[in-house]
Design a protein around this ligand. Structure first.
Ligand code: NAD
Ligand code: DAU
Length: 349
C-alpha cells in the first residue's frame, strides 16, 4: 500500500514518518510538503535509505500541483498533517491559514475523489486539533460531540477543514476518519511553541514570556503517543468517525514553565531560583482560550489506545533532548537548514 503523508517535514508529521516507515515494511510512504518555515527535512535523515520513502515538494493550496502529484503517485491512503499550525502567527496573518488549512484541505479531498473511483480500500485521515471546540471553564471535557466554537483564525481554519472532510464523506462517500488532539510536545518541535521556547530560553538565561497570569490550562501529550493513536485509528478505527486524543495531563502554563525551570536547572547543574527569576508575565494573547481538556474514553475503549509517556517523564526527556542537540537547535535558529533545503530542493517557499 502507498501512503501519502502531507506535512511530513513538520514536528508531528516527521515523528510519524520516523516511527512508521521503519516499522511498516509492507508500505511505501510519500511525503508531500511545501517546506515552509516550520519544515525541516533534516528531521527525516536516513529514511530514503529504506527504499520505501520518498519526498515531493508541493503546496497543497495549489490545486494543479496537488492533482499532478495524485495522478502520478496514486496513493491508497492519505494522512493529512500539513497545516499552518501556530495560533500567534494566525493572529498576525490569517490569510496563509485559510489558504493552506481550508483551501489546501479541499484540494486534497478533491484529488482523492478524482483518483479513487469506488473508494474501496482507500482512506483520507485528517489530523486535527481540540481547539475546534473552543475553550472550557474550570470544569468539563471535550468529547467527540462537543459543538464547534473556534476562537482564533488558526482554530477557525482547522474547524472549517474538519467540516469539509465530513461533508466530502457524507455527500461524496469519501472514506474519511478525523482525529482531534490536544497539545503535543517532544523532540524537534519548532521553537515558537511554549515548551521549546521555554527550554531554550531557560537554558540560555533569557526571559520566559508567560502570557497573562499563566493560569490557562492545556492537556499535554507526547508526540509519539499522538502518532501511535493516529496509526491505530487509521488501521482499526471506524470509517467516517471522529476520535479525540489527549494525554490526561492538564497543567496550567505556569506549572509547565516551573517544571521546565526545574528540569533545566537539574540537567545543567544550575541554581533553580536563577531559572525561576527569568519568568516574565507579558501581554496576553488576544482571544486566549482558557482551558482545553480531552475525554479520551472513546479511543481507549474502542481501540485500546493508551499513552506510553507520563508528562513528567516525557518533559524531562524532551528537556534533555533540546540540551543535548544544540546542533539541531543551531541549524534551525540560524536558518542554516533553509540553505540546505535550497541546495537540495530548489527555491524556498
Ligand atoms: P508544523 O507547523 O510543525 O508542521 C507543518 C508542516 O506542514 C510543515 O512541514 C510545513 O512545511 C507543512 N506545510 C504547511 N503549509 C503547507 C502547504 N501549503 N502545503 C504543503 N505543506 C505545507 O505542525 P505540527 O505541529 O506538526 O502539526 C501537524 C498537524 O497536527 C496540523 O494539522 C495541526 O493542526 C495538527 N495538530 C497539532 C498539534 C500540536 O500540538 N502541534 C496538536 C493537535 C493537532
Ligand atoms: O491544542 C492543540 C493545539 O496546541 C494545536 O492545534 C496547535 O497547532 C498548537 O500550536 C497548540 O496550540 P497552543 O496555542 O495551545 O500552543 P502554544 O505552544 O502556542 O501555547 C501553549 C500555551 O502557552 C497557550 O496557553 C499560550 C501560552 N504561551 C505560548 C507561548 C508561545 C505563553 O504563555 N508564552 C509563549 O511564549
Amino acid at each position: 500500500m502507498k501512503i501519502l503523508v502531507t506535512g511530513g517535514c513538520g514536528f508531528i508529521g516527521s515523528a510519524f514518518l520516523n516511527l512508521m516507515v521503519p516499522r511498516h515494511k509492507e508500505n511505501e510512504f510519500v511525503n508531500l510538503d511545501a517546506l515552509t518555515y516550520a519544515a525541516n527535512p533534516m528531521n527525516l535523515a536516513g529514511l530514503e535509505e529504506t527504499g520505501r520513502y520518498s519526498f515531493i515538494k508541493a503546496d497543497i493550496s495549489d490545486e494543479m500541483q496537488v492533482r499532478g502529484v495524485f495522478q502520478i503517485e496514486k496513493p491508497d491512503w492519505v494522512v493529512h498533517f500539513a497545516a499552518e499550525s501556530h495560533v500567534d502567527r494566525s493572529i498576525l496573518g490569517p490569510k496563509a491559514f485559510v489558504q493552506t488549512n481550508v483551501v489546501g484541505t479541499m484540494n486534497l479531498l478533491e484529488a482523492c475523489r478524482e483518483i479513487w473511483g469506488e473508494n474501496e480500500g482507500h482512506l483520507f485521515h485528517h489530523v486535527s486539533t481540540d481547539e475546534v471546540y473552543g475553550e472550557l471553564g474550570d470544569e468539563g471535557l471535550f468529547t467527540e460531540t462537543t459543538p464547534y466554537s473556534p476562537s482564533s483564525p488558526y482554530s477557525a481554519s482547522k474547524a472549517s477543514s474538519d467540516h469539509l472532510v465530513r461533508a466530502w464523506n457524507r455527500t461524496f462517500g469519501l472514506p474519511v476518519k478525523i482525529t482531534n488532539c490536544s497539545n503535543n510536545y517532544g523532540p524537534r518541535q519548532f521553537p515558537e511553541k511554549l515548551i521549546p521556547i521555554m527550554i531554550l530560553n531557560a537554558a540560555e538565561g533569557r526571559p520566559l514570556p508567560v502570557y497573562g497570569d499563566g493560569s490557562n490550562v492545556r492537556d499535554w501529550l507526547h508526540v509519539d503517543d499522538h502518532c501511535e493513536a493516529i496509526w491505530q485509528v487509521m488501521t482499526s478505527g471506524k470509517m467516517g468517525e471522529t476520535y479525540n486524543i489527549g494525554g490526561d495531563a492538564e497543567r496550567t502554563n505556569i506549572q509547565v514553565v516551573e517544571a521546565i525551570c526545574k528540569a533545566v536547572a537539574t540537567e545543567t547543574g544550575t541554581d533553580l531560583d536563577s531559572k525561576r527569576d527569568l519568568i516574565t508575565h507579558v501581554t496576553d494573547r488576544p482571544g486566549h482560550d482558557f482551558r482545553y481538556a480531552i475525554d479520551t474514553a472513546k479511543i481507549k475503549s474502542e481501540l485500546g489506545w493508551q499513552p506510553a509517556h507520563t508528562f513528567e517523564q516525557g518533559l524531562s526527556e524532551t528537556v534533555a533532548w533540546y540540551l543535548n542537540n544544540s546542533d539541531w537547535v543551531e541549524t534551525v535558529r540560524s536558518g542554516e537548514y533553509r540553505n540546505w533545503i535550497d541546495q537540495n530542493y530548489g527555491a524556498r517557499s
